[in-house]
Design a protein around this ligand. Structure first.
Ligand code: AMP
Ligand code: ZN
Length: 469
């Protein structure tokens, strides 16, 4: 039987013991990326948190079904969106069709996720492949009296759902008074939200589909309600996203799903806190954001960023700086060097069930099972590293076990030998350094980094670690 795990539920604002709908199984739905641009490292913090959740369930013995959507419809993110449709803008900017834009950024999203050790969800579903499921759900909401058509658009009538404000503790009147939103005459109440647009504010929308209400496109929220139902059913275990989704996207998802199904759809809601920078939240539309590629250009290994993410609890804001990333990279590299040192020693037969090993495992997994407390879990990792009573094989055994949740690729650390090409680059770099050709030396260091080799210049010469094969 799987171990017990407790998780913070946004809906109840408490840490709850997780009770699966089907014993031993867990269904997890995660709001996926909008693919009109690169995912920034803030977005990716949320996907790393969800990956840690999935890995922890896996490690403690659950059968996981992890579902994530891709928001590839060029729709508006809310009824209040001003400016152009973002997919259309990207399409103009890059002289590509919206479909090509979506395909390109979806691939880039998975390339960056993979670099951060994020395991691909079991099911990845594109919004554009599920328009019919969305239309079906909108029709059901209209038939049940929760939604109405007005001038070719369909709206959800918020006043029909008593609990609408409960999830996010919303003050609708105050919200409307402060929002500078153009009034939509089609709405019965300005708090109502759109399920289907046929009369869009943006008539030159490129992505359009036929529907019972006219040619148009779906609202944003209906995509997650329709796809989570298709792949996880009308009652499922866990729904995740970033905290920005609480007041609008997830509030509206709950309204749609629960009213359509006539009962509560999601048992537990989990939200990851923001990655911030000096100027505030890192955001896609604000521009000037950081990508994984930018970190690599600055000589940081993507997994060092994952390490940085793990140093903070997922519900605490994490302030990003290159200094913080550098400290994380140093710690991560130190860990890899230790592991390489352990590996290069003799293999000793160990008793995996010894009391000391069991105690360490107990401490580590308890930290993970108490609402994914990764900072405490990393403290356990370092206690193992420093424990003089453990031999190298025991240490290796423990960190390999822990890495099932951490995803830092510690189990894969085996720097192996340098290839001939790598050896040549190392020698060229040594020569450049000896001749004080710093620019050339930096260039060669970057070339080695691109091959997954990080260097440290020390008194003893140049030490190297293979961060990724
Ligand atoms: P988007 O592609 O904008 O829909 O965002 C993808 C995911 O990233 C969502 O779960 C957002 O809640 C989350 N997100 C957006 N900005 C940040 C941020 N600065 N830090 C952490 N997560 C974020
Ligand atoms: Zn969603």
């Amino acid at each position: 039987m799987p171990k017990q795990i407790s998780l913070f539920n946004t809906a109840t604002r408490t840490v709850e013991v997780f009770k699966p709908i089907t014993p031993g199984e867990v269904g997890i739905y995660c709001c996926g990326p909008t693919v009109y641009n690169y995912a920034h490292i803030g977005n990716l913090r949320t996907y790393v948190f969800e990956d840690v959740l999935r890995r922890t369930f896996d490690a403690i013995g659950y059968k996981v079904n992890h579902v994530m959507n891709i928001t590839d419809v060029g729709h508006l993110q809310s009824d209040a969106d001003d400016g152009d449709d973002k997919m259309l803008l990207a399409s103009k900017r890059e002289q590509k069709s919206p479909w090509d834009i979506a395909e390109f950024y979806t691939k880039e999203f998975f390339r960056h996720s993979e670099a951060l050790g994020v395991v691909k969800p079991h099911i990845v579903c594109k919004a554009t492949d599920h328009i019919q499921e969305m239309i079906d759900m909108v029709e059901q909401l209209v038939a049940k009296g929760f939604a109405y058509e007005a001038n070719g658009n369909v709206y959800f009538e918020v006043s029909k759902f008593d609990d609408y404000t409960k999830f996010a503790n919303l003050q609708l009147d105050a919200q409307q008074a402060t929002e500078r939103v153009e009034k939509d005459e089609n709405k019965r109440d300005q708090a109502d939200f759109c399920l289907w647009f046929s009369q869009s504010k943006y008539p030159n929308q490129i992505m359009k589909w036929d529907s019972p209400w006219g040619v148009g496109f779906p609202g944003w929220h209906i995509e997650c309600s329709a796809m989570s139902r298709k792949y996880l059913g009308d009652r499922f275990d866990i729904h995740c996203g970033g905290i920005d989704h609480i007041p609008v996207h997830h509030t509206n998802e709950i309204a749609q799903s629960d009213c359509c199904h006539g009962h509560q759809t999601v048992n537990l809601w989990m939200h990851g806190a923001f990655l911030t920078v000096d100027s505030g939240k890192m955001s896609k539309s604000a521009g000037g954001f950081l990508t994984v590629d930018r970190l690599t250009e600055e000589n940081f290994a993507p997994l060092a960023y994952r390490y940085l993410i793990l140093t903070a609890h997922y519900r605490s804001e994490l302030k990003f700086s290159f200094d913080a990333l550098e400290s994380a990279q140093n710690a991560y590299q130190g860990l890899l060097e230790k592991i390489q040192e352990w590996r290069s020693g003799d293999v000793i037969d160990i008793n995996e069930d010894s009391e000391t090993l069991r105690e360490y495992k107990q401490k580590f997994w308890q930290a993970m099972c108490e609402d994914l407390h990764t900072p405490s879990a990393l403290t356990v990792v370092w206690s193992v590293v420093k424990d003089k009573h453990l031999n190298n094989s025991e240490k290796l055994h423990l960190v390999t076990d822990f890495d099932r949740a951490l995803g830092l690729e510690l189990a894969k650390v085996d720097r192996g030998d340098l290839s001939e090409h790598e050896q040549t680059l190392m020698e060229q770099r040594k020569l450049a350094r000896d001749n004080k050709q710093w620019a050339e030396s930096d260039r060669l260091r970057d070339e080695l980094l691109a091959l997954g080799i990080t260097l440290k210049d020390s008194k003893n010469g140049m030490e190297w670690t293979r961060v990724k094969k």
